[in-house]
Design a binder for this molecule. Sequence first.
Ligand SMILES: NC(=O)c1ccc[n+]([C@@H]2O[C@H](COP(=O)([O-])OP(=O)(O)OC[C@H]3O[C@@H](n4cnc5c(N)ncnc54)[C@H](O)[C@@H]3O)[C@@H](O)[C@H]2O)c1
Length: 294
Amino acid sequence: MSAQKVCIITGSSSGLGLLAAKKLVAKDFYVIFACRDENKTVRLIENLREQSGRSNFEFMELDLGSFDSIKRFVANFHKKNLPLNVLINNAGIFSKTFKKSNDGIEYTMAVNHLGHFLLTNLLLDDLKRSSPSRVVVVSSKLHDPNVRHGSPINFKWSLEEINNENEYDPMSAYKKSKLANVWFAYELARKLEGTGVAVHVLCPGFVPSTGLNRDANIFQRFFMSYILSLFPFTRTEDFGSECEVFAAISDTLDGKTGIFMSDMKETRSSEESYDVEKAKRFWKLSEEWTHLNA
Ligand SMILES: NC(=O)c1ccc[n+]([C@@H]2O[C@H](COP(=O)([O-])OP(=O)(O)OC[C@H]3O[C@@H](n4cnc5c(N)ncnc54)[C@H](O)[C@@H]3O)[C@@H](O)[C@H]2O)c1
């Protein structure tokens, strides 16, 4: 066990996270399935145990929509005295309706960005102790304000604005959370320069078959899963998960940090995402909203 590398992957009970987790299990990582739904995930990993004959994985409960759950997860992880070589911040939601997290924050921003912000910060010492190590942030090309897709990104700088139900727009909320992911990854990479902890951020491509579109009605789901999948810009779950695994373990990324990847290739993210002042300002707000230093 001592030489085995450990990976925590959030939201690994379905979609890209589940496939990426299975691939890392097959590559002999000790994989922690950090998921909300205990019954579903335990069933799933029991099946995986039977099918693969392997046991280098376990379930640990984590609800990214609750700061208490995140702190409990980290405390439980620390009790295990394990190294942490890779953290994949994969979980994500797209919510058609306005909801708030347990901590009273708009749910998309809470889960997609703030939950991962808190989790990563609470695991930083573990990552540093296990260096060379990596943090992988799963964002989307939709973080780019110039990619319209219906809703422009109207970035909000206060909780009052983020929590304004009357102005809620699902696509804009998702895009904002994904821009927050990229700012977070770049700022974290700057802060961790020289520590041996690399941070990479990626878009797994448009994968219409995952659970991300579970809020869509039956016609939209049919359209996305069957019609859109015929177009060349869509990606399979296998490919999208491979993008996560590549960012987590590929040797070709050794010595690099703070890069954005699409189709497993280093590429530029949006102009907005390179605004260092905004990234720093949003980091400070994220610290306040998660009570990180309290
Ligand atoms: N599918 C796409 O087209 C696409 C495109 C770009 C980026 N992404 C990103 O890829 C990542 C994976 O999404 P997916 O497409 O596999 O969708 P998915 O819905 O199948 O997977 C998301 C996972 O996150 C988990 N999750 C949601 N809320 C959570 C919470 N509060 N606590 C813990 N886990 C929670 C879900 O249970 C699920 O297992 C997301 O970050 C998504 O934004 C997806």
